[in-house]
Design a protein around this ligand. Structure first.
Ligand SMILES: C[S@@+](CC[C@H](N)C(=O)[O-])C[C@H]1O[C@@H](n2cnc3c(N)ncnc32)[C@H](O)[C@@H]1O
Length: 320
């Protein structure tokens, strides 16, 4: 062993102190994609270079470093960049103390370990980082990454996706079975109702056009928490409202003005949207005001659901 190698080996007992935003930590290990290994600290780089020497000429794309030092595994994941959940084909575990190499070959296996959250292995500057991170965020919102240790293998992972009613195309999470998703996620329509401290936009429009002068009764169809009703009362406008969650016992009444404010965009069933619209229209004697959300947070950040999206709060939104 020459002096250069001696110097490298002396550093091996040292623990590794990676930058906080580098790699994915699981247990006492740090996983880093080969393209991001330049950002490792000098101790880790020396250990990695020794591990490579000991392993010989092998294919690998992910380094798994023990944070305590002492061992490194060089992992070869198939189709790291193209597969949403790359599968492990081979692992070379190098014990840097006794300089032994143990090879685990999964290439012929039918149920290989899979990688989730792969963006964490890359530098945040990597051109595909955002694309991968978006998929991870969608999986998290759908609750699919809970107890991810239980879905560390291809078959279990695919089973979780399909029983949840999802599939992944490219790096996009798609709903294939809305009933399964609804059953598990249960769309929380009422959670769309915000606290209001001033009139909603449709009420403001009515006021602007002179309809809130107190001569016409307003019926608020899907009134949510009833803040518009409270403000109408404060302004001396006769009104009432109904909401299936907040005021299920209230009466649906005929009124000169009916407001259907931000209701149909939270309904995930297109046929129900039509029914609600028709029913609101049937209660309006003079004027029906319909308001919907035109856009919200980028739809790409949410899981596709029916003809809309499922948000992180378990609500449905049909953005136009
Ligand atoms: C975004 S909130 C809007 C509440 C209120 N109109 C406002 O502007 O503050 C949507 C409301 O629609 C209600 N909703 C859900 N399904 C409905 C239905 N089939 N008919 C009427 N209202 C419904 C929800 O309970 C929720 O309170």
């Amino acid at each position: 062993m020459d002096m250069k190698e001696m110097a490298t080996l002396e550093t091996l007992d040292e623990t590794i102190h990676p930058a906080l935003n580098l790699g994915k930590r699981v247990g006492g290990y740090l996983y880093v994609h080969r393209s991001a290994c330049d950002a490792l600290d000098e101790t880790a780089k020396a250990a990695l270079s020794l591990a490579e020497q000991l392993a010989g000429k092998v294919d690998w794309n992910v380094a798994k470093l023990s944070l305590e030092g002492g061992s490194i595994s060089l992992l070869d994941y198939a189709l790291f960049f193209d597969s949403a959940f790359p599968e492990l084909t081979r692992s070379y575990r190098i014990d840097l103390t006794d300089e032994t190499v143990r090879v685990l070959d999964y290439s012929e296996g039918s149920n290989r370990p899979v990688l989730h959250r792969k963006e964490l292995l890359l530098s945040p500057e990597h051109p595909r980082y955002a694309e991968y991170a978006q998929l991870t965020a969608a999986l998290e919102r759908a609750g699919l990454l809970q107890n991810s240790h239980a879905v560390g293998y291809h078959r279990q992972w695919q089973e979780r996706l399909s029983t949840g009613g999802y599939c992944v195309i490219g790096h996009t999470l798609e709903v294939v079975d809305p009933d399964a998703v609804r059953e598990q996620a249960e769309v929380q329509r009422h959670r769309t109702a915000l606290r209001r401290y001033s009139f909603s936009r449709p009420m403001q429009a009515l006021a602007r056009h002179g309809y809130l002068d107190g001569r016409r009764v307003v019926f608020d169809y899907g009134c949510g928490r009833g803040d518009d009703l409270r403000l109408l009362e404060l302004n001396g406008v006769p009104s009432s409202g109904w909401d299936p969650h907040f005021r299920p016992g209230a009466e649906k009444v005929m009124a000169p003005i009916v407001n259907l404010g931000f209701v149909i965009n939270v309904i995930e069933q297109p046929e129900e949207r039509v029914r609600v619209l028709a029913d609101a229209f049937a209660h309006a004697q003079e004027l029906l005001v319909v308001a919907v959300m035109l856009q919200g947070t980028s739809a790409a950040e949410h899981a596709a659901f029916g003809d809309g999206v499922l948000t992180s709060r378990g609500t449905f939104q049909k953005y136009l």
